[in-house]
Design a binder for this molecule. Structure first.
Ligand code: IMP
Length: 184
């Protein structure tokens, strides 16, 4: 019998092994860049959760974590509207902190544009972005991304934190969704 997600999978885009290898590299790079600094990893819920927890395990420097939950589009629409709402704010102030945003994917850039403008007003010592996936050709807002795991083509993907209508975030790989399919 097929696993439930197999119905929706057109192809595996990034398998578990290269995914983990790249996260290890990012962890080493971030550890070197932030050595001696008071690093706060700011995870954007929910998609960034798996990436955050794996990235943390590859950091060799002390760091703290916090979470921000936003909604950028409804369940039915796979297009960012630019209208972003904060659903859960950070637990603590970030003034004077070196903040690294940990995000699953940058698509149009609207979500991160809103988030970075909001966070900058809270006066962090620095604010940078680390995204696992970058769909650069879809960008509508110019967002400087400091760390990119993988540049990917304009395809709707799921797995490893990314959902397909809230499901399948647990998969250890990034898969491309079969065209025209929605989860019942
Ligand atoms: P943006 O505002 O268009 O950059 O959208 C960013 C958010 O859209 C991400 O944090 C994801 O939650 C979601 N998103 C964009 N592309 C995909 C995708 O291919 N699969 C799943 N979620 C996506």
């Amino acid at each position: 019998m097929n696993a439930p997600w197999e119905t929706y999978l057109a192809e595996k885009l990034i398998d578990e092994e290269p995914l983990q290898a790249r996260i290890k590299e990012l962890g080493a790079q971030i550890s070197a860049d932030y050595r001696g600094k008071d690093l706060l990893l700011l995870c954007i819920l929910k998609g960034g959760v798996l990436f955050l927890t794996d990235l943390m395990r590859h950091l060799s420097i002390p760091h703290e974590i916090d979470f921000l939950a936003v909604s950028s589009y409804g369940k039915e629409v796979r297009e960012s509207t630019g209208v972003v709402r904060i659903l859960k704010d950070l637990d603590d102030p970030i003034d004077g902190r070196h903040v690294l945003i940990v995000e699953d994917i940058v698509d149009t850039g609207h979500t991160l544009d809103y988030i970075t403008r909001n966070l900058r007003s809270r006066q962090p010592a620095s604010l940078k972005i680390c995204t696992l996936l970058d769909k650069a050709e879809r960008r509508q807002v110019d967002i400087p991304v400091d760390y990119v795991g993988f540049a990917i083509p304009d395809k709707f993907v799921f797995g490893y934190g990314l959902d397909l209508d809230e499901k399948f975030r647990h998969l250890p790989f990034i898969g491309v969704v079969k065209q025209g399919l929605v989860v019942e």
